[in-house]
Design a binder for this molecule. Structure first.
Ligand code: FAD
Length: 157
């Protein structure tokens, strides 16, 4: 394996090599992530103010976690998930149903079996999200949490 820093490049040999370079949010061009109005979790952790409303695309671990805390801080939260339940990888479907009930009591709107087609920024603090080809929801911010991809593009062949 070849490693390099600012001053040098060297060859390192080992029988096994572990690549542990982490991951970054998965992005889709149709979601127009400008990192100001349409955010990934990286920007959502560094906001200067709590948005009045936020639409979260994806009800995996990150979408659910951020949905809970934005709601607790006073945002109107809508979570949109393409699959039939929140936390789709959870084996215990009852737990997912319980989370949906608890979130509903907190005033969080959860839309399952709903596909987000596109996200458009229409000015500062105004984002339009198109669902299932026709319905459009407006929110101050959108958080895209549709998964993460490995940071390994430039490593290996
Ligand atoms: C919003 C959010 C909430 C999370 N909450 C939880 C949680 O509650 N519990 C939990 O267990 N996990 C949680 N996770 C997941 C957890 O953060 C990750 O699983 C964990 O950080 C992965 O560790 P890692 O060592 O693989 O990668 P990282 O911690 O990302 O470390 C990778 C390192 O590799 C370096 N690097 C990248 N490319 C190169 C290169 N070419 N050469 C040399 N170095 C390189 C990077 O600079 C970085 O320091 C969360 C993640 C997110 C995004």
């Amino acid at each position: 394996m070849e490693i390099e820093d600012a001053d040098k490049r060297e060859q390192v040999n080992a029988s096994n090599i572990i690549i542990a370079t982490g991951s970054e949010p998965a992005l889709l061009p149709a979601f127009n992530i400008d990192r100001k109005n349409v955010l990934t979790s990286d920007q959502a952790l560094n906001l200067d103010e709590i948005p009045e409303s936020i639409l979260i695309v994806g009800a995996g671990g990150i979408g659910i976690e951020f949905g809970c805390f934005f709601s607790t801080f006073g945002s109107k939260v809508t979570i949109v998930e393409a699959l039939p339940q929140v936390l789709p990888t959870l084996r215990d479907a009852k737990l997912a149903t319980d989370i949906e009930k608890i979130f509903s009591k907190k005033g969080i709107q959860i839309r399952v079996k709903t596909r987000v087609d596109k996200v458009e920024v229409k000015g500062d603090k105004k984002v339009l999200t198109t669902l299932n080809g026709d319905e459009v929801l407006e929110s101050e911010r959108v958080l895209v949490s549709i998964g993460r991809k490995l940071n390994s593009d430039d490593i290996g062949d």
